[in-house]
Design a protein around this ligand. Structure first.
Ligand SMILES: [Zn+2]
Length: 369
């Protein structure tokens, strides 16, 4: 089969012929219909310090990718949850049931947890092997390009809803213009946040944020008192919830300032260097802030909600998908992902021509509506 493989610890990847994977007793083999490019894939493609430390050159070659939708074509002998023909996606955090966090219901942050496409061969291929334990059966009405982005949409949903799902009638500031920030705007909107501020940088992404339902948009790279603006539009109070999806010093500084007393600050952005200073005294202690870190999705509560949001058609994430490409054109996808100012949001790849053409047809139809 064809696969996009990271072969060397340097920029790039290769489109190669590799063996079709075989299932272990509790694995499934999925024929990939669609697979989307994530920021994590870009780190591995670029082979930055994170990739070098996290994966290491001795573990290459490895197939890239972890966001996926496809059809089960083979199952291991002990697989009970899914069957051949099922339409599935994958939670990428492969939990280990021995972890105490798993026993406590926090499957997504275990000590022994592995990540699909980071610790294992990934989805930028015609077929992928996935442990049954992280398999998720999709609703048939959700097209593959949408089903594939349920993983980042899950990050967005978990970040927006937090642990208490208490956002109805509340104000929210979403900082960032990557795909997950844009998806978060849509989730916040349909789940009942009533005032949504979006802080971003790039025109294309700001226009998508508008389509996704932002009430107010503020440029992070323009001279403007954003803290005063948010206060002015929340009766001087500040926002109930702040989502940092940028991971910059500016996002942290302003994020804690625009947060109201007793509000929730959700941390998702990953800074290019760490640690970063924060105003601990005024931003957290005296403010009585709640801090919520997001690593993955709540398993499988988030997946359940995401499937319902999509299949009910309450949430339309199509505006966030800016490009669909054949898998063999992965280089173009990565170039687009790395370009600044941003010229893309979510990019979905198709290993098979027929699936790609059907997706093109759906995109055309959406544009004409
Ligand atoms: Zn991802």
């Amino acid at each position: 089969m064809k696969a996009v493989v990271k072969t060397r610890p340097e920029l790039g990847a290769e489109y190669l012929d590799v063996e079709i994977p075989k299932p272990g007793p509790r694995d499934i083999i999925v024929k990939v219909k669609a697979t989307s490019i994530c920021g994590t894939d870009v780190h591995i493609y670029e082979w930055n310090d994170w990739a070098d430390n996290r994966i290491g050159s001795t573990n290459l070659p490895q197939t890239l990718g972890h966001e996926v939708a496809g059809e089960v074509c083979e199952v291991g002998n002990d697989v009970r949850m899914v069957k051949v023909g099922d339409y599935v996606s994958a939670e990428t955090h492969i939990y280990d049931p021995r972890d105490i966090t798993a026993l406590l219901g926090q499957f997504h942050i275990g000590e022994r947890m592995k990540i699909l496409g980071v610790d294992t061969n990934g989805a930028f291929a015609e077929y992928i092997r996935i442990p049954e334990s992280v398999c998720w059966v999709n609703d048939d009405t959700i097209p593959p390009e949408i089903a594939s982005i349920q993983e980042p949409l899950g990050n967005a949903t978990y970040a927006v809803l937090g642990e208490d799902n208490d956002i109805a009638g509340k104000s929210m500031v979403i900082i960032g213009d990557g795909p997950i920030a844009l998806l978060a705007i849509g989730v916040a909107r349909v789940c009942g946040a009533t005032t949504i501020f979006h802080i971003g940088k790039y025109d294309l992404n700001m226009s998508i944020g508008k389509k996704m339902g932002a009430d107010y948009q503020l440029y992070a790279n323009k001279e403007l008192d954003r803290v005063a603006y948010v206060r002015d539009h929340t009766r001087g109070f500040g926002a109930d919830i702040v989502l940092d999806m940028a991971g910059s010093q500016l996002a942290l500084d302003e994020g804690f300032k625009v947060l109201r007393k007793g509000g929730r600050f959700t941390a998702f952005g990953i800074p290019s260097r760490s640690p970063l200073p924060i105003d601990y005294t005024n931003g957290i202690v005296f403010k009585g802030s709640q801090i919520h870190g997001i690593s993955g999705r709540k398993m499988f509560d988030t997946w359940y909600r995401v499937r319902n949001l999509l299949s009910s058609k309450r949430l339309d994430v199509n505006p966030v998908i800016t490009h669909i490409l054949l898998l063999e054109d992965y280089k173009k996808g990565f170039d687009l992902m790395m370009e600044r100012p941003r010229k893309s949001a979510k990019i979905v790849l198709f290993p098979h021509k027929d699936g790609y053409e059907k997706a093109l047809g759906r995109r055309k139809q959406i544009r004409n509506e």
